[in-house]
Ligand binder design. Structure first.
Ligand code: ADP
Length: 570
């Protein structure tokens, strides 16, 4: 039999239709006949056209289409019989490379096992499925798909194929990850914000308490005379109160509530001063050394904060020394970063830097610890021994100085922290409080008016100043203080006032005094000094602001400064 080919038929109504003609020869009783069979193939044509349309449509889709056989349901799974162009484009596999293979070729080590289990169960149950999967391209790049699969059954109800459509959702997943990252950052900064608010809130009261504890301990120590037992007890109280004072400062610095006073100054004297402090803090078993370059390098730095950074690093170094024995070395050099030189830290633009380092021969850290040390509250120390704030404070301070920090550490070898502070041009340094001229001894009968609503503080300051040779008048609030000055205008030489008092703050009092008796020096003492307070105090002509917790050591020298008219801005 041979095919004659396609011809066009004509129906009675004049409509044309496709006909497939075939011819065969038969022999009946030795006579040959030809049989011509004409078949109306309109339905077949129509379905062929529809198939073509569907195929074009599937090929035009941006989504990946994948058809697999129904069997086997167990390993290695159904074989691929069709993939569209979108599949080829996204996965990098050519059609020929995947036909006959299992869709598992798209899985990789990060593909979620839980989802794969769900898929395997759905395949066994011959149920439709929907899932989101992490897939791998031929070159190993990962991408996310949203995946829908439906089982296809033939007319007899036999399951023959799976048709799966997979949409690339990598962008959405990235956006979700970014959003989660941002949300985490936001939560973190909200946490920091509330810790900051809390810290700022408690610092004031807490510092008042610490100020009066430290002051009273000092007075009681004087009164204790030669009584060793009492003196030992008092010295323990003093030690504990100083630790608590340090902690409050740490929390304030960490929550950036501590205002920053950037002063252009040479770095070396600042480091040398801190070395002095460290020598008296660290035990004799620790060998503290320094390698300080003679090349001058100036920085815009807050003296107290840089000292705090070095103190925190050195205390950590000490704690890391086995049995507290070993070496700590502080180094300083100038580092010039060129455009092509690799920066030791990401955020460091080319330029000159003061490179400070603190190296120890301590226990060192493993990779996991190294990765977490700057996290607030991360500590490997026992409860009560570590707060996990030290390095967060260091990080916060260095960042606030636009500097960088990095760490090198190996377990059993030691640790070196590198700090980079942007260098600036040298100009005459403005003397900081610590560098101020030493106060003359004794109060010489000068009359101090001390204003504070805290009775404990009043009693302590009164004794402290009286013992230092001052004449002291104390008032519980600003109105009383104003009345006192009005009554004896010439008698008061200097006013020291608490900041936080009900109705009339220390600054309100200073403003009123500036009108009532211009030129009368005013010192404001506060447990918490904010930038805003500094601005108002400066405008009100206040001589200086004193951290209340430093009353014991700093009040008398500060009064001398104020009396001597030593320039000291609030
Ligand atoms: P804390 O000292 O209160 O634990 P830090 O933030 O200062 O808090 O330090 C966090 C952790 O970093 C420490 O608990 C310690 O594990 C590690 N660390 C810091 N400095 C050093 C160092 N010099 N050597 C070894 N480990 C250190």
């Amino acid at each position: 039999m041979g095919k004659l080919g396609h011809v066009t038929g004509l129906r009675a109504n004049g409509e044309e239709f496709p006909v497939e003609a075939s011819i065969s020869q038969i022999e009946v009783d030795g006579q040959k006949f030809f049989t011509v069979i004409l078949r109306d193939v309109s339905a077949q044509r129509r379905s062929q056209e529809q198939l073509m349309l569907l195929k074009t449509c599937v090929e035009c889709l941006h989504d990946m289409v994948l058809i697999t056989e129904a069997e086997p349901v167990t390993e290695p799974g159904p074989r691929i019989v069709f993939v569209n162009q979108a599949f080829e484009r996204r996965t990098g596999y050519q059609r020929d490379e995947v036909i006959g293979r299992s869709p598992r070729l798209l899985q990789g080590p990060l593909t979620q096992r839980s989802e794969l289990m769900r898929v395997a169960v759905a395949v066994r149950m011959r149920q439709s499925m929907h899932c989101e999967l992490l897939c791998y391209t031929k070159s190993g790049e990962t991408f996310w798909v949203e995946f829908d699969s439906v089982p296809i059954f033939d007319a007899s109800g036999r399951h023959t194929h799976w048709v799966s459509v997979a949409r690339d959702i990598s962008e959405r997943k990235r956006a979700e990850a970014d959003r989660h990252g941002l949300e985490a950052q936001l939560r973190e900064s909200q946490k920091m914000e509330s810790i900051g608010t809390l810290a700022g809130g408690i610092a004031h009261d807490f510092n008042n308490i610490l100020g009066s504890i430290l002051g009273n301990v000092a007075l009681a120590t004087e009164d204790a005379g030669a009584n060793t037992a009492v003196r030992t007890g008092l010295s323990q109280i003093d030690k504990a109160a100083r630790r608590a004072r340090g902690l409050v400062q740490q929390i304030l610095a960490f929550s950036r509530r501590q205002s920053q006073e950037l002063v252009r100054q040479p770095m070396r004297p600042l480091v040398e001063d801190t070395l002095g402090l460290l020598h008296s803090t660290l035990p004799a078993m620790v060998t503290l050394g320094a390698t300080l370059s003679d090349v001058p390098v100036h920085v815009n730095a807050d003296t107290i904060q840089v000292q705090q950074v070095l103190m925190n690093l050195c205390l950590n170094a000490w704690h890391a020394l086995p049995n507290g024995v070993g070496d700590i070395r502080i180094g300083l050099e100038t580092l010039v970063l060129g455009a092509s030189a690799p920066a030791p830290h990401d955020a460091m633009p080319p330029g000159r830097y003061a490179h400070l380092w603190v190296a120890d021969t301590g226990s060192g850290m493993d990779r996991v610890t190294r990765g977490r040390i700057f996290e607030p509250f991360f500590t490997t120390k026992a409860v009560g021994e570590g707060t996990g704030l030290g390095l967060s404070v260091v990080h916060g301070i260095v960042s606030a100085h636009h500097g960088g920090i990095s760490v090198e550490s190996e377990p059993g070898v030691g640790t070196t922290f590198h700090l980079y502070f942007p260098a600036c041009e040298a100009v005459l340094a403005v003397p900081t409080f610590d560098a101020a001229a030493p106060a003359p001894l004794g109060g010489a009968g000068r009359h101090v008016l001390y204003v504070d609503d805290d009775e404990v503080m009043v009693l302590m300051v009164e004794s402290l100043l009286a013992r230092a040779g001052f004449r002291v008048t104390c008032c519980a609030d600003a109105r009383e203080a104003m009345a006192c000055i009005e009554a004896t205008p010439e008698s008061i030489d200097v006013v020291v006032t608490d900041f936080n008092m009900p109705h009339f703050s220390g600054i309100d009092l200073a403003e009123a005094l500036a009108k009532l008796q211009p030129g009368l020096p005013v010192v404001i003492s506060s447990g918490y000094i904010s930038d805003d307070m500094r601005v108002r105090a400066r405008a009100a002509g206040v001589h200086s602001l004193l951290n209340k917790q430093d009353t014991l050591e700093a009040l008398a020298p500060r009064i001398h400064d104020a009396l001597a008219g030593t320039a000291r801005q609030a």
